[in-house]
Design a protein around this ligand. Structure first.
Ligand SMILES: Nc1ncnc2c1ncn2[C@@H]1O[C@H](COP(=O)(O)OP(=O)(O)OP(=O)(O)O)[C@@H](O)[C@H]1O
Ligand SMILES: [Mg+2]
Length: 248
């Protein structure tokens, strides 16, 4: 059964259609990744699943319940989490306060405290920095905080927009390890990434978006193995370097 199923999505902003006829599905405990060149509509697609971009047509189902018209807060209530690409932490709040902001639908302080402890076990780096202002965190710590804040609402599906951006390979690998832990707890992850090779290596299933349309979807390792797609659209050659015709 798919936990999240978005069918034939046409989405954008105001009168502009950016994403055209895209279908994305995720199963429980599965990581699916949406990759593609800059400006291809990846963020717009993920925002449309969370009620943040204009949906012109298409249907969205969450655990077989139609949520096409759901607002972001209704989506959170149902079990969707979203971590935006930019400005995804409250820089003037501490790590602990950011986590508490993530629990805004939870009224019981005892449960919030327990949830924070659970998060600190999952992200020991954040426990060490719990009293630090988010603006003083490293890039990797910030991304972990953004993910951890979303986890405070106990999402069963997590939408992540480029959590590896600007991270060193070592820190990116650490964040990926945490994403695998989250997946192994049964949470589905929809991951938008520019770091194509890392994302496809981690993911079970992949979608390649080019100029708003999905031009390829399938098992992530098949996309990695497809030399033409890699060379033309992902800028990867066999050695993992960048091909001449790469868009990004
Ligand atoms: N809020 C907005 N209002 C109007 N147009 C927007 C808005 N956000 C993005 N766009 C436009 O939508 C198109 C797709 O942008 P989007 O951010 O979805 O691409 P992306 O694949 O996420 O790119 P990147 O890899 O750079 O993050 C671009 O032409 C962009 O200018
Ligand atoms: Mg984007």
């Amino acid at each position: 059964m798919f936990v999240l199923e978005a069918q034939n999505i046409n989405a954008g902003y105001n009168d502009a259609i950016i994403v055209r006829d895209v279908t994305v599905r995720a199963k429980e405990g599965e990581i699916v990744t949406i990759v593609g060149p800059n400006g291809s509509g990846k963020s717009t697609l993920i925002k449309s699943l969370f009620g943040l971009a204009r949906l012109f047509s298409g249907k969205i189902f969450y655990r077989e319940k139609e949520i096409t018209k759901a607002t972001p807060w209704e989506a959170v209530d149902l079990g969707l989490g979203y971590v935006p690409q930019f400005n995804n932490v409250f820089i003037n709040l501490t790590v602990a306060e950011n986590l508490e902001m993530g629990a805004y639908l939870q009224g019981n302080r005892k449960i919030i405290k327990q949830d924070k402890e659970m998060i600190y076990q999952m992200f020991p780096e954040l426990y060490a920095r719990r009293k630090a202002l988010a603006e003083n965190l490293s890039g990797g710590e910030r991304q972990m905080l953004a993910i951890a804040r979303a986890m405070m609402a106990h999402p069963k599906t997590l939408l992540l927009d480029e959590p590896l951006a600007f991270l060193s390979p070592k820190v990116a690998n650490l964040v990926l390890t945490r994403l695998l832990d989250i997946k192994n707890q049964g949470t589905a992850i929809v991951l938008v990434e520019q770091n194509t090779r890392k994302a496809l290596n981690l993911a079970d299933f992949g979608y390649l978006l080019v100029e708003g349309s999905c031009i390829w979807s399938g098992e992530a390792d098949q996309l990695l193995a497809d030399e033409e797609m890699n060379y033309k659209f992902l800028g990867l050659n066999q050695e993992g370097g960048y091909g001449e015709k790469a868009y990004n």
